[in-house]
Write a protein that binds this ligand. Structure first.
Ligand code: SAH
Length: 366
């Protein structure tokens, strides 16, 4: 991935083709749709019409694409079946209206997405894979391993469906559901471009956050794309030894290597980084950990998001006490670090990322 894909940041106006295995029609870039139209003996402008049916009007069947000829619709139907997500389960929080959706993909795999209402707009947290193979020891998504990566269309569909079901526009997207987005790199790029297209969802890249456990070479690749998205890094520990206990990826890359990649990301994109730090009792929440973290991040243009860990029954990690969390925040602030404690949304419905899916899989496998 050496070619620069986007020239005008945030406009997504100019793109080149990217490698990526056999995308379905809703995951295709406009130039790819143009080529497909040519192949089918159609005029190139049909590609734009098709794109708008798929991403602006978001129809669910070719029959609704009335500006395309019947013959073309038949050909497309045969070659590129259109899939939509089915709602398997939905839980709504009585406290804040947060909704957690469990969706079935066309092959029967299930994924979860979360819809959150904030004063400044609605936010959706999407999954990038069914399952995950990163193995973080506090996380529910990875317990049954990776089933498969999602296509870009399957990530978009989570937002399309939620907008349709709630009747409200989504203005913010975080890729923080199940899966490791940088383990699904090409599809994530497609997703970012498609979601930010003006004649698609038109979500500003500034309102798109991709969260990674820290696959260092892919962070460099992403930096070279010079996108305007926010990169969130799941750091979770102030030193390699502690990080290795919590996250197997830390055996591959040291914190120093990770932070070098983060600096490069900032230099290339000018985007401030977010570091996520899940506080687990007696694992990474000591005052000394906060001080170490403060020293580590000093001088880096970043923001730290403290997440009180959500205990997962199969895992040993427990939640830090409230005063420990506040004290940790305080210590970091004294080091001059910008810190927030993640506001918990939907705390009365199935907790952490991957838990809804996990409880569904457990029940259906009984
Ligand atoms: N794979 C990506 C994105 C998915 S997880 C990543 O690692 O960043 C989104 C965030 O939730 C990550 O910071 C992850 O470490 C955190 N997380 C996972 N399980 C959690 C739990 N039980 N409690 C609190 N945070 C958790």
């Amino acid at each position: 991935m050496t070619e620069k894909v986007i020239k005008n940041r945030d406009s997504a106006a100019e793109w080149k083709e990217l490698p990526g295995a056999d995308p379905d029609i809703r995951s295709m870039y406009l130039p790819e749709l143009k080529r497909l139209m040519e192949e089918l003996g159609e005029k190139p402008f049909r590609a734009k019409q098709l794109f708008e049916w798929l991403h602006e009007k978001r129809v669910e069947s070719y029959d609704e694409m009335t500006s395309l000829s019947g013959a073309l619709r038949e050909k497309l139907k045969e070659r590129y079946p259109l899939h939509t997500l089915e709602v398997v389960n939905m839980q709504e929080s009585r406290i804040d209206g947060t909704r957690k959706y469990l969706f079935a993909l066309h092959d029967g795999n299930v994924i979860e997405s979360v819809w959150m209402k904030y004063k400044h707009g609605n936010s959706v947290c999407i999954s990038s894979q069914a399952g995950c193979r990163m193995g973080c020891r506090f996380c529910a998504s990875t317990l049954d391993g990776l089933v498969r990566s999602l296509q870009a269309s399957e990530m978009l569909e989570q937002i399309y469906r939620i907008q349709q079901l709630t009747g409200e526009r989504v203005s913010n997207v975080v890729v923080m559901g199940s899966g490791e987005p940088l383990d699904n790199y090409n599809n994530i790029l497609r997703f970012v471009y498609l979601a930010s297209m003006q004649n698609g969802l038109g979500i500003s890249q500034r309102n798109l956050t991709v969260s990674t456990c820290g696959i260092v070479p892919r962070i460099y690749d992403l930096a070279d794309e010079e996108l305007a998205i926010t990169l969130a890094i799941s750091l979770h520990a102030p030193d390699d030894e502690k990080r290795r206990e919590m996250m197997p990826i830390a055996n591959r890359y040291t914190i120093e290597e990770l932070l070098d990649a983060c600096r490069y990301y900032f230099d290339k994109t000018g985007r401030r980084l977010t570091f996520e730090y899940a506080l687990a009792a007696d694992a990474n929440d000591a005052e000394a950990d906060a001080e170490r973290l403060g020293r580590l991040l000093k001088g880096l243009n970043c923001h730290v998001n403290l997440i009180p860990i959500n205990p997962v029954k199969e895992r040993k990690y427990g939640r830090s006490a409230k005063k420990v969390v506040l004290n940790f925040q305080n210590k970091l602030e004294k080091c001059g670090i910008n810190v927030t404690i993640r506001r918990e949304m939907g705390s009365d419905i199935d907790g952490a990322c991957g838990q809804l899916r996990k409880s569904y899989l457990d029940k259906s496998g009984e």
